[in-house]
Write a new protein. Structure first.
Length: 210
């Protein structure tokens, strides 16, 4: 039986830890829009980026089920911390037990609240950030994150191709698509950073603060 290219890729990369596989399955069974979880390939990439960048502190905007936060926490060195914000308090009952029951629980601080209002109150500067929150406010979130990022730090922004909707005129009136388009267009001319878009899953933009 022929395999898909996605199956081929996941067969030839680092295996997904059993705990994360179980979280991914639970997310898809119990949560609406379960495909929003990063999954095997993106999760292994996030872990490797953490191992390459070696951040002390990571800011995540948009926890969802906790999959991406745990992948990044897995790659952290001793003493590192992921501060992850989720604005939807209805997800806490699902997400918190999975984070607190994980092998990396001591490296994750899970916060219910709006990162655009609350992240600065932590008094922490970050070496890396992962933006995966409300697409309608990506530019605002980007400015918040950039202001809290150390020089030379990295931002990873998810969903920046938005299932190809960014080049589909039939989605021009969709607020989330417009939010992503506005973010991409602004970023292209922002001389504070350098950036590259990877066509991985739903589009992943890597951004480095100059």
């Amino acid at each position: 039986m022929a395999v898909t290219i996605d199956e081929y890729i996941t067969q030839h990369i680092e295996p997904e830890p059993d705990y994360l596989y179980r979280l991914w399955r639970a997310t898809n069974i119990h949560m609406l829009h379960g495909r929003m979880a990063s999954g095997h390939l993106q999760g292994r990439l996030l872990k490797m980026l953490v191992e390459m960048i070696r951040p002390r502190n990571i800011l995540e905007v948009g926890t969802f089920s906790g999959y991406s936060a745990l992948c990044m926490a897995e790659g952290l060195e001793e003493g590192g911390m992921v501060y992850t914000f989720e604005i939807n308090d209805e997800q806490e009952d699902f997400t918190r037990p999975w984070i607190e029951g994980s092998p990396w629980a001591g490296r994750v601080r899970f916060i219910i609240g709006d990162a655009n209002e609350e992240a600065a109150k932590l008094g922490v500067l970050f070496d890396m950030a992962f933006i995966d929150g409300d697409k309608r406010t990506y530019r605002q979130t980007y400015e918040t994150v950039l202001s809290l990022l150390n020089r030379g730090g990295f931002i990873v922004a998810d969903n920046t191709l938005w299932d190809g909707h960014v080049i589909d005129q039939s989605y021009d009136r969709d607020p989330q698509t417009r939010g992503i388009e506005s973010f991409n267009d602004f970023l292209m001319h922002d001389d504070r950073v350098e950036q590259v878009i990877l066509p991985l899953r739903d589009g992943l933009t890597l951004i480095r603060k100059r």
